[in-house]
Ligand binder design. Sequence first.
Ligand code: BTN
Length: 244
Amino acid sequence: MNPISHDTILLEVVDSTNTWAKKNLSTFAQDKPTCIIARSQTKGRGRYGQAWFSPKDLNLYFTLAEKVPPSFSLPHYAEVATLAVQTALWDWQLPSSIKWPNDVLVNNKKIAGVIVEEASHENTSWAILGIGLNVNMGLDELREIDRPATSMFQALGTHFPIESVRNSLKEKLLELLAWAKNNPELCHKRWANSCSWIIGKEITIHTAPLEKITGIAEEITEEGFLLVKTPSGKVVPVASGHLS
Ligand code: BTN
């Protein structure tokens, strides 16, 4: 198969590849995705303003920026990204699961996170899709993270060439993205299916710093909402949040 047309920009160090992409949108090709990869980030960002630990050369810090095509919307990018990480890890013999909505877990610990932001340039909407994948972090570095986290090295006991992991993830992401643009419903179903292990479990979702919802996960809807049945019997649709 022909490689999917795209541009790649490799950076030594940036504040955040997502922030850098937003600032440099006007220089990107209009008709193909631009992939931005940094060796380290000084202000890597996760969802809800959380910091993303980004030591030099140990992990993958990856952003894809492109004009959002008419058939597509921002949540699709997060679905594609989590599926692409899962597929890439599978190729390295590492089974993983997707934790609704945007995390990838190995052995119940977070190995990758995804953040999707929107930017606007000349009245056009752009998707800024950021992926952080923990590759070669050892226990010392993982202890710096305040939530249970793991890395490919920690899970499999071998170091991985960052360049190979980068190329493999980029290839999977571009392929899945091209497929999903023609099959958005199928992509959503595949993602929802990968997240479905949570259904029937008692969960707490932190939706804001001081807000949480506890109950039983009932269903993931076509729009990507998680339906949670609270102890009072009410079913609450939740758009996003941190699950614990
Ligand atoms: C999350 O799980 O909260 C999302 C983490 C996303 C981290 C990546 S690393 C590359 C890109 N640049 C950033 O500043 N954040 C994303």
